[in-house]
Design a protein around this ligand. Sequence first.
Ligand code: XMP
Length: 317
Amino acid sequence: DWTADSFVETTVAELKERIGDDKVVLGLSGGVDSSVAAVLLHHAIGKNLYCIFVDNGLLRKDEYQQVLDSYEHMGLNVRGIDAKQRFYDALAGLTDPEAKRKAIGRVFIEVFDDAAHEVQDVKWLGQGTIYPDVIESLSVKGPSATIKSHHNVGGLPDFMKLKVVEPLNTLFKDEVRRVGKSLGIDQIILGRHPFPGPGLAIRILGEVTPEKIAILQEADSIFINNLRSAGVYDKVWQAGTIFLPVQSVGVMGDERTYENAVALRAVESVDGMTADWCHLPYELLAKISNEIINNVKGINRVVYDISSKPPATIEWE
Ligand code: XMP
């Protein structure tokens, strides 16, 4: 019988045996999988696990600092790297979604490779790969796929030549969450909605600028905080806010405004392959819309996305 406790016990013993006194480097994303993989490895090898958490400037409002704090609180040996400007520079002028994804993947590899080089004599690369990633390894999406698509460009980055350790590669998502719980990881991390690797860059249609990111972060945090306070966050599989490159006329006091619109997206799903839009209560949508329009400078219109997947996708890019 599979139980999370026995999985933790046997996996920690196996990892100790396999890795011995070697050093492991692992990239944390803030998501469930990399967090659980890190804590599991930490139990096995302690300070020989070197975690790297890159601030790409494309995370939700305040999320980088909150997640970094909670990693440190869990005792992980984690290094946070502020690489915001490198990502913004690489994104400047790009409007095509795949070009944006490629630029983000390329900069991530450069930043991670530099940080991994600073760990003397590192032998292993730890990864939070889970079983569905293994079966879908040909998928075009996901951070590991981003790395794969760069294999043939100028040879492998050095960290890709390390031996790979993937302690979760036999588990499904719900099992990963149970293992995380058994390891005492905070529910705030375990219950988090999926979030795409390229982050807010693919939720800003067209060119990404720091100004648009700041506006989107404010609107998105109002949306997410309202889902939490209304008690519906855990019933929604994924939610996010999309910055639309559309300006429309509004009124504010006696003034005519001409500002951008955001779309709210909330879906129910099992695995992200198909999804239905969530029938959120009108009162909740009204509250969110008012709060965004009254508080976020630059937004004067909010729309709700009522498309299901297929034929629409969850993200807009
Ligand atoms: P779509 O938009 O294809 O999204 O319906 C399905 C799921 O995949 C996530 N997604 C991504 N995740 N890199 C990622 O790591 C990406 O480039 C990417 N694009 C979409 C999306 O958030 C949803 O959970």
